[in-house]
Design a protein around this ligand. Structure first.
Ligand code: NDP
Ligand code: 2IT
Length: 443
C-alpha cells in the first residue's frame, strides 16, 4: 500500500465521525499522489501524518445570558492546524452547524489556501455553534465577549490571528476586538476584518468576492476570453456573494441569481445589489423579500439554483451546496467556468464531473484566497502602524490573484495535467508547506 493510501486509511478510520474533514483530506492527498510518490523524504519525515494532525485544537464552553435572562451555553472551537509558514490565520464561523469536523476541514483547507497567497500565514480556523441570526445586538455582544474571554489566552498578533467567516462580520469582529483589548490591554492586530476606525484595512470587506472575480477574469484572459457580457450564477447573499456580484457587474457581466439558506432568486434583468444589501446587511432579513422591489424576479424555496442557465457559476454560500446532479445540469446548460467563492461548495462527485467535461474549475483554496490575502495585508499595515489606500490594497489583491492563477496553472502543466487546477492548487500549495516543514525538523 502506498504512503498516501496508508495515511488516508488511518484518517478515514480514525475520524469516522468527521465526514467533512475526511472529504477535505482525501481531496488533497489524492491529487498529491505523484508528487508524494516521487519524493521518499516526505515519508521518512512523517510529513503527511504531521500535516493531517492539527498542532492544537481548543474546545471550550461559551456561557452567556439571553434577553429573557436565560443562561445559554454554546461550544467554542479554535483549531491551530499548521504554523510552518507563519502564525495561524483563518476565520471564525458562527453557525448552528459548526462542529469539530467542520472546523477541522476549514482549518486544513486554510493551510493550503494561505500558502497559495505567497504571504507568511499558517492555517487555522475556529467558531461556534452559536448562530447570530435572529439574535439581538446585545445577545451577540454577550456571546462574543464570553467567547473571547476564553479564546484570548491562545491568540495574538504573532501567534494566531482570527477573522470573519459565515456569521462573523464587522459587528462580531468589533465586539471580539473590544473584549480582547479589555482583557489584555493590547492594541494589536490580533483580528482582521476590523472596522476602519480601529485598524481595519480598506478592501478587506470586498476582498474575497473581488478576488474571486479577478482570478476568474485572469483565467478567462489566459484562454483568450474575458468576463464581459457573460451570464453568471452566484449563490449566497453574504460577504463573499455580494462582493462577487459587485465586481462581476463592474466588469460587465450579468449576474442573475443569489440565495440564502431558505431559497434563491432569479432576476432575468440582473441582480439589483442595493436591494440585496438592504435586505441582508441593514434589515438582516430573508432574500425572499427581494421580490417586493423587483417584481419581475422569481423566488424559489429550497434548492435548485444551479438549474439556471449560465456561462459561469460562482458558489459562494457553504460546503457541499453543489452536487453531482447540479454539476451535470450546469454542464448541460453550457456552463464552462466554475469558481468556488465558498470553501468546498462542490461535492467530490461534482468536481470530477466538471473536470471530466472540460469545465475550467477553480477550487476554493485558490479562488477565494483573496480574503485571507487582504487579511495578511491588514496584519502588515497593523505591524507598521500604517494604513494604505483602497487603491493600494486593491492593486495588491489583483496582483496576488493573478499570481495565484498563474502559479496553479503552471503547477498543473508541470504535472502533465493542463487546466486541472485542483491538482495545480494542491501541488503548488503543498510544495511550499512541505519545504518549510522539512527544513524545521520533526515538530
Ligand atoms: P456570510 O455569513 O456573510 O454569508 C453566508 C451566506 O451563505 C448567506 O447568504 C447564508 O444564508 C448562506 N448560507 C450559509 N449557510 C448556508 C447553508 N447551510 N445552506 C445554504 N445557504 C447557506 O458568510 P461569507 O459570505 O463570509 O461566507 C460564505 C462562504 O465563503 C463560506 O464557505 C466561507 O467559509 C467562505 N469564505 C469566506 C471568506 C470571507 O472573507 N468572509 C473568505 C474565504 C471563504 P443565511 O443568511 O440564510 O444564513
Ligand atoms: O475562509 C477564509 O479564508 C476566511 N474565512 C478568511 C480568513 C481570514 O483570516 O481572513
Amino acid at each position: 500500500m502506498s504512503y498516501v493510501d496508508r495515511v488516508l486509511e488511518s484518517v478515514q478510520s480514525r475520524y469516522k465521525d468527521q465526514p467533512e474533514f475526511i472529504q477535505a483530506v482525501t481531496e488533497v492527498l489524492d491529487s498529491l499522489r505523484p508528487t508524494i510518490d516521487k519524493n521518499p523524504a516526505y515519508e521518512k519525515a512523517g510529513l503527511l501524518e504531521r500535516l493531517v494532525e492539527p498542532e492544537r485544537a481548543i474546545i471550550f464552553r461559551v456561557p452567556w445570558v439571553d434577553d429573557n435572562g436565560q443562561v445559554q451555553v454554546n461550544r467554542g472551537y479554535r483549531v491551530q492546524f499548521n504554523s510552518a509558514i507563519g502564525p495561524y490565520k483563518g476565520g471564525l464561523r458562527l453557525h448552528h452547524s459548526v462542529n469539530l469536523s467542520i472546523v477541522k476541514f476549514l482549518g486544513f483547507e486554510q493551510i493550503f489556501k494561505n500558502s497559495l497567497t505567497g504571504l507568511p500565514i499558517g492555517g487555522g480556523k475556529g467558531g461556534s455553534d452559536f448562530d447570530p441570526k435572529g439574535k439581538s445586538d446585545r445577545e451577540v455582544m454577550a456571546f462574543c465577549q464570553s467567547f473571547m474571554t476564553e479564546l484570548f489566552k491562545y491568540i495574538g498578533q504573532d501567534t494566531d490571528v482570527p477573522a470573519g467567516d459565515i456569521g462573523t462580520g464587522a459587528r462580531e469582529i468589533g465586539f471580539l476586538y473590544g473584549q480582547y483589548k479589555r482583557l489584555t490591554g493590547l492594541y494589536e492586530g490580533v483580528l482582521t476584518g476590523k472596522g476602519l476606525s480601529y485598524g481595519g484595512s480598506l478592501t478587506r470587506t470586498e476582498a474575497t468576492g473581488y478576488g474571486l472575480v479577478y482570478l476568474i477574469d485572469e483565467l478567462l484572459r489566459d484562454h483568450n476570453d474575458d468576463i464581459k457580457g457573460k451570464t453568471v450564477a452566484v449563490s449566497g447573499a453574504g460577504n463573499v456573494a455580494t462582493h462577487a456580484i459587485q465586481k462581476a457587474q463592474q466588469l460587465g457581466a450579468k449576474v442573475v441569481t443569489a440565495s440564502d439558506s431558505s431559497g434563491w432568486i432569479y432576476d432575468p434583468e440582473g441582480i439589483d445589489l442595493a436591494t440585496i444589501k438592504q435586505i441582508k446587511e441593514v434589515e438582516r432579513g430573508r432574500i425572499s423579500g427581494y421580490l417586493e422591489s423587483r417584481p419581475k424576479a422569481k423566488y424559489t424555496e429550497g434548492r435548485g439554483i444551479w438549474s439556471v442557465k449560465c456561462d459561469i457559476a460562482l458558489p459562494c454560500a457553504t460546503q457541499n451546496e453543489l452536487s453531482a446532479d447540479d454539476a451535470k445540469t450546469l454542464i448541460g446548460n453550457g456552463c464552462t467556468v466554475v469558481g468556488e467563492g465558498a470553501n468546498m461548495p462542490s461535492t467530490p462527485e461534482a468536481v470530477s464531473a466538471f473536470l471530466k467535461n472540460g469545465v475550467l474549475f477553480v477550487p476554493g483554496k485558490a479562488a477565494n484566497a483573496g480574503g485571507v490575502a487582504a487579511s495578511a495585508l491588514e496584519m502588515s499595515q497593523n505591524s507598521m502602524r500604517m494604513s494604505w489606500t483602497f487603491d493600494d490594497v486593491d492593486a495588491k489583491l489583483k496582483d496576488i490573484m493573478a499570481n495565484i492563477y498563474h502559479n496553479i496553472s503552471q503547477a498543473a502543466k508541470d504535472c502533465g495535467k493542463n487546466d486541472n487546477l485542483v491538482v495545480g492548487a494542491n501541488v503548488a500549495a503543498f510544495q511550499k508547506i512541505a519545504e518549510a516543514m522539512l527544513d524545521q525538523g520533526i515538530v
